[in-house]
Write a protein that binds this ligand. Structure first.
Ligand SMILES: [Cu+2]
Length: 423
């Protein structure tokens, strides 16, 4: 009978893991099940998360002691005063001393729990004196992060490999995808040791932003701004999820925070800024011939710009350069797979009548301007992609659509998109 008993223990173990897995933080999944952290809530990496963890342990230990005492008395009484030993029951009630004791002890326990709990709660709600403000907006089904004072803003969506694997009949084994459903394309990068205030809202339905290792979790509600904050102690990558059932892809909008040292954070922030700086730089570049003809323009100014500017100029000349059709189609396939495939389908045939086929479609094979505008502004059930995709991405996905599924309608370059953006 050894096989059936191992089977049983295997089954039990799987059952326990299945029941507890959703309760355990994402980061604990990787840990061995023998690791203590697997069974408990995470200690986290902030002072608040440590406080929350201590509160949880304090409450837990009180429960253990009360459980042992109550069940101890009960089982002892059942055994020691069983009928065969004590056929005639003792008859006593109304002991004032006992009644006072069992009123006072729970009262004291509640106070002991309430004092640190209230302290932690007050700390949690104090968003004053922050060093950095990040606005978080929930969308079906992604997150947008805006570094309010730095003018940096981007979307964070499920990593493409997981998105591919999760499709019905994808043929991809999710076990081969690292951090399956717990990874995103763009991490929310934060500096270590700084107080970061979050402004939390949503664009469509209610979402919830939950990051177990930071012990923060709040609803993101359309038309309403919630506040929360964190100060991360240790650099690292932390994973969380949307916690309010927000529609079909609720399970596919994970959250990833990467905490970096101050210097690394600043470098990252600068690298995220080129969109704005680049457009300013490209404006100067367009002006350059005019400036050159002006006699006042000092000729050597251009060749000796400060290093930062020359970097930006270099980045711009790469970004602003015409891309080959093949490169556009290749990049476009990725964008299409991430952003358009749900409605227009991999075959481009859509799901008529609501989601039109793009095969031989008037707009897709017509003038580029109409095609670009449709993507920028959306129409009816199609959301506007202007805030979500860069000029390069829109140029790529338009080119992809214009040259897939038998379509053959030329390419679209990023400057064409830039010209139409905001019109
Ligand atoms: Cu959500």
């Amino acid at each position: 009978m050894p096989s059936s008993s191992t089977q049983l223990s295997g089954l039990l173990r799987r059952l326990v893991v299945a029941c507890t897995a959703p309760l355990v933080s994402a980061s604990a999944f990787a840990a061995d099940t023998m690791d203590k952290a697997y069974w408990n809530m995470p200690r986290g990496v902030t002072q608040v998360s440590h406080d929350v963890y201590s509160l949880h342990m304090l409450g837990f230990y009180f429960c253990v002691v009360i459980g042992v005492v109550v069940f101890g008395v009960m089982f002892y009484s059942l055994f020691a005063f069983r009928r065969s030993k004590h056929p005639v029951p003792a008859n006593f009630h109304e002991s004032t001393v006992v009644e006072i004791i069992w009123t006072i002890i729970p009262f004291v326990i509640l106070i002991v729990l309430a004092v640190p709990a209230a302290k932690t709660l007050i700390t949690e709600y104090d968003t004053s004196n922050s060093d950095l403000t990040v606005k978080i907006t929930g969308y079906q089904w992604k997150w947008q992060y805006e570094y309010v004072d730095q003018g940096v803003s981007f979307f964070s969506t499920l990593k493409a490999d997981a998105n591919a694997a999760r499709q019905l009949h994808s043929g991809i084994d999710p076990n081969t995808v690292p951090n399956y459903l717990h990874d995103v394309d763009n991490y929310l990068v934060l500096p270590v040791g700084k107080k970061v205030r979050f402004l939390l809202t949503a664009n469509d339905v209610i979402h919830g932003w939950w990051m177990p290792d930071l012990a923060i979790k709040k609803d993101a509600i359309p038309g309403y701004v919630n506040e929360m904050w964190t100060r991360i102690d240790e650099p690292g990558v932390y994973r969380g999820q949307c916690t309010v059932l927000c529609g079909r892809d609720h399970g596919y909008m994970p959250i990833v925070v990467e905490a970096k040292s101050d210097a690394d954070f600043e470098a990252w922030l600068t690298s995220k800024k080129p969109v704005q700086v680049a457009s300013a730089a490209s404006a100067t570049m367009t002006d350059a011939p005019v400036a050159a003809t002006a006699p006042a323009a000092p000729a050597p100014a251009a060749p000796t710009p400060p290093p930062a500017v020359s970097q930006v100029a270099a980045a711009t000349s790469v970004a602003g350069a015409k891309k080959s059709k093949d490169d556009l189609i290749k990049a476009g396939a990725t964008v299409y797979g991430a952003r358009c495939v749900a409605c227009h389908q991999a075959t481009g045939q859509g799901l008529p009548p609501t989601f039109p086929s793009l095969v031989g479609d008037k707009i897709v094979t017509g003038p580029a301007a109409g095609h670009i505008s449709q993507i920028l502004k959306g129409k009816n059930a199609m959301p506007p992609f202007a805030p979500m995709l860069s000029d390069d991405e829109i140029a790529a996905v338009a080119t992809y659509e214009r040259n897939s599924w038998g379509n053959s309608a030329g390419e679209v370059q990023a400057d064409q998109v830039a010209a139409l953006r905001g019109k």
